[in-house]
Design a protein around this ligand. Structure first.
Ligand code: ZN
Length: 285
């Protein structure tokens, strides 16, 4: 098996050339190996192979793992010498560390909500036991709209400093979605996901798959613009906001309880139905 021969400098860690260990250091090196999708995140030289490094004094497993570019939100089980260990455990010379990814959430039983019945009042539907809520960072606006389209409570962060975002996500239990690893490394971020995909629909499929969201989707129950819940409305209630041709040809409307936007099943809506179908039917279950 090939080993990582030189991992460079990572923050508080100093990786060294494995061939020079005996000549340079008396203490044994620490060995770390990343598993599964965590290999997407580590430097190429540490992928799919053990990597030896010399850790800083008092470094914890969290420090060591994050120094390789893996935010703690991505980590599932950590084994030290084969036994599970918490992230605040100190790293000792000679440790053998195996880092496994946070497992994907198993989807709940039951079929996804149909994209064909979008105008039923949201309150009339069964409420799944646990529906995650999200905070998407400011660069993931397209992803936030996709999750809202599927009915998931998704706030879009402004460009607030990391500290403020971390406080916010810590305070209300949301899952932070980001492509900013430094933000996800923040201690206060307990639940998060480093979004690997770069294109919006691929990002949405990745998040749906990872959090088992397909059976929990309630398409067209939340405003795409402001995230507030939608409710059904009569023509009379929304008449003054409708273009005349829409008022003459449609009977069913939904109304945003936040920003007042009115939705009706026109051509744009039908395009969104196709998006919904693609997102929830293609996600592996
Ligand atoms: Zn709205």
């Amino acid at each position: 098996m090939r080993e990582c021969s030189h991992a460079g400098r990572f923050g508080g860690l100093r990786a060294v050339n494995a061939g020079a260990i005996g000549a340079t250091y008396r203490k044994p090196m620490t060995r770390i190996r990343f598993h599964g999708e965590l290999n997407d995140l580590v430097p190429r030289r540490a992928r799919n192979r053990p990597c030896e490094f010399r850790s800083a004094e008092n470094a914890t497993l969290k420090h060591a793992i994050e120094a390789f570019g893996v935010p703690h939100t991505e980590v599932g089980t950590v084994l030290v010498h084969g036994a599970p260990a918490p992230l605040d455990r100190r790293v000792e010379p000679g440790d053998t560390i195996d880092v496994h990814p946070a497992p994907a959430v198993e989807p709940a039983d039951g079929p996804p909500e149909s994209a064909e019945a979008p105008l039923e009042p949201a309150g009339a539907r069964a409420q799944p036991a646990e529906r995650p809520a999200f905070l998407a960072d400011a660069h993931l606006g397209g992803l936030a709209r996709r999750l809202r389209l599927l009915g998931f409570d998704t706030l879009l962060a402004d460009d607030a400093p990391d500290e403020m975002l971390a406080e916010r996500v810590d305070g209300d239990g949301r899952v932070l979605l980001s492509r900013d690893r430094e933000l996800l490394k923040h201690r206060k971020v307990l639940r998060g996901r480093y979004v690997r995909a770069q294109r919006t629909d691929e990002q949405a499929k990745e998040v749906i798959r990872h959090f088992g969201l397909a059976p929990l989707a309630r398409p067209f129950s939340r405003c795409l613009e402001c995230n507030a819940p939608l409710r059904s409305a009569t023509r009379q209630e929304v008449l003054e906001r409708l273009p005349p041709d829409v008022a003459a040809t449609h009977d069913a409307f939904t109304f945003c309880t936040g920003c007042g936007r009115v939705y009706w099943p026109g051509s744009h809506w039908r395009r969104l139905q196709a998006v919904v179908r693609a997102l929830i039917s293609e996600a592996p279950r």
